[in-house]
Design a protein around this ligand. Structure first.
Ligand code: ADP
Length: 220
C-alpha cells in the first residue's frame, strides 16, 4: 500500500505537485499519464525518496526501486558489472547470492547472452531489459518506472509491456510514468492523469468504453 497525503513540491515559483492525495493498493499497476511538465517524474521521485516534498506525507509498505528514463546504464561497465555494481557496493546480499540472482534475472529478461557487452553494443530494448534487471536485483516491492518506453519502437514497446506484466504476476506494485497512453492502457489497472501538478482524472480503463478518447479530452 502506498498512501500519499497532500503532497506538494515546488521548484522555484513552479508548483510541480499541488496537494496530491492518492492511495495505491499493493500489487496494482498504475499508469501516471499527463503532458510533459505535469509532475509525473516528480511524483515518482518523491515516492522513491529522490526528492523531498515541501509538505505532505508519503508512506509505503515495502521497498521501492526506480527505473530511470533513458536507462542511465554506466557506459564503462559491462552488462554484468552494471547489474552487480550497486548491490555489491551496498553489500545487499552475499556476493554468491547476488551473482545467482543476476544470472536468473538476465535469463528471465532474455539478455543473458549480452552479459559481457558494454551498453553501447546493445539496442534500446536490450538496454531497457538490463536497466530493469539492475532495479529488480534489489527485490523491490514497488517498481517505479519513469518513461520506460521513451525512444523505443512499437515492437520493443510491446516487449516492455509483456515484461512489466510478468512482474505484475509477482505481486509487485508497479507505477509507470509515461506520455504513451496506448502503452499504459496495455498494462495498467488504473490510470491517473496529472495536469499542472494535480490529479485531473483517476480511471480504471477496463470500465470505460473508450478510455484513450476520454483521457485525450482531459489533456486539452
Ligand atoms: P513530467 O514528468 O510530467 O514531464 P516533471 O515532474 O519532470 O514532469 O516536472 C514538473 C515540472 O517541474 C517541470 O516544469 C520541470 O521543469 C520542473 N522540475 C522538475 N525537476 C526539477 C528540478 N530538479 N529543478 C527545477 N525544476 C524541476
Amino acid at each position: 500500500m502506498i498512501v500519499i497525503k497532500k503532497v506538494s513540491k515546488s521548484f522555484g515559483n513552479y508548483m510541480a505537485l499541488n496537494e496530491i492525495d492518492l492511495e495505491i493498493a499493493t500489487g496494482d499497476t498504475v499508469g501516471l499519464a499527463g503532458p510533459s511538465g505535469s509532475g509525473k517524474s516528480t511524483l515518482l521521485r518523491c515516492i522513491q525518496g529522490l526528492e523531498v516534498p515541501d509538505s505532505g506525507v508519503i508512506s509505503c509498505s515495502g521497498r521501492p526501486g526506480f527505473m530511470f528514463q533513458d536507462f542511465q546504464l554506466f557506459p564503462h561497465m559491462t552488462v554484468w558489472e552494471n547489474i552487480l555494481y550497486a548491490p555489491t557496493t551496498r553489500k545487499f546480499l552475499p556476493q554468491s547470492l547476488l551473482e545467482i540472482k543476476a544470472s536468473e534475472l538476465l535469463l528471465h529478461l532474455g539478455v543473458e547472452q549480452f552479459k559481457d557487452r558494454y551498453p553501447a553494443g546493445l539496442s534500446g530494448g536490450q538496454k531497457q531489459r538490463v536497466a530493469l534487471a539492475r532495479t529488480l536485483i534489489f527485490n523491490p516491492d514497488i517498481l517505479l518506472c519513469d518513461e520506460p518506453t521513451s525512444g523505443l519502437d512499437v515492437a520493443t514497446t510491446r516487449d516492455v509491456a509483456v515484461l512489466l506484466k510478468s512482474i505484475q504476476r509477482q505481486k509487485t506494485t508497479v507505477i509507470i510514468a509515461s506520455h504513451d497512453l496506448d502503452f499504459l492502457m496495455q498494462i495498467s489497472h488504473r490510470i491517473i492523469l496529472l495536469k499542472n501538478g494535480g490529479i485531473a482524472s483517476d480511471i480504471e480503463p477496463q470500465k470505460l468504453a473508450n478510455p484513450i478518447e476520454y483521457l485525450k479530452k482531459l489533456y486539452e
